[in-house]
Design a protein around this ligand. Sequence first.
Ligand code: SF4
Ligand code: SF4
Length: 205
Amino acid sequence: MLITQLKSKDAIEALAKGKTVIINCKGCQEVYFPEEEALALQKELTGIDVTALIESDYICNPDNLKARFEKYMDRIEEADSVLVFSCGVGVQTVAGLFEEKTVGAGCDTYPLPGFQGVTPMEYDCAQCGECYLNYTGGICPITACSKSLVNGQCGGSKNGMCEVNKDMECGWERIYRRLEMLGRLDILRYPTKVRNYAVPGDETK
Ligand code: SF4
Ligand code: SF4
């Protein structure tokens, strides 16, 4: 079981500009999604022009995502930003499908004890409790980097491959390329981020 929690209104407003498509994943049995709070907050967002508000379930499944979003494709293609309210897997699936769009994560994802679901997924989220996807072009640094680094590459990669796992592409090289393609390398100049290990529900941290 996992739980998604809304980021602050200020943080969400800073993620989007111009024509914006909002995607709400109403979740699955394994994820609690704060639907009413999300809709209320989305009505209050200022400075963006919401051109479509899409609700779906299982946006973590790329085939389901493509089928459900078909009728919204023109508005997604026209949009300046896409805001996704879901667990970290859903945001990564949308970012993977719309690689040339700025895709923002409106939620943080926390773990809860119990069943974690069986949905086949292309991406991974370690439910770190403080989603970094908005700094990394929609690629999770916790799962895409062997050392779960959140402030850039360790310096050990060779020919684009990870020094820990030579069969794996360096996650931070992927992040750099994605941000470069989006014209957002400026994000890497942001102040160092300190990872919060005090994830609610885990009394050992
Ligand atoms: S940064 Fe990665 S592990 Fe953390 S919530 Fe986002 S997708 Fe999940
Ligand atoms: S080589 Fe890249 S993916 Fe591997 S640990 Fe270093 S930064 Fe992370």
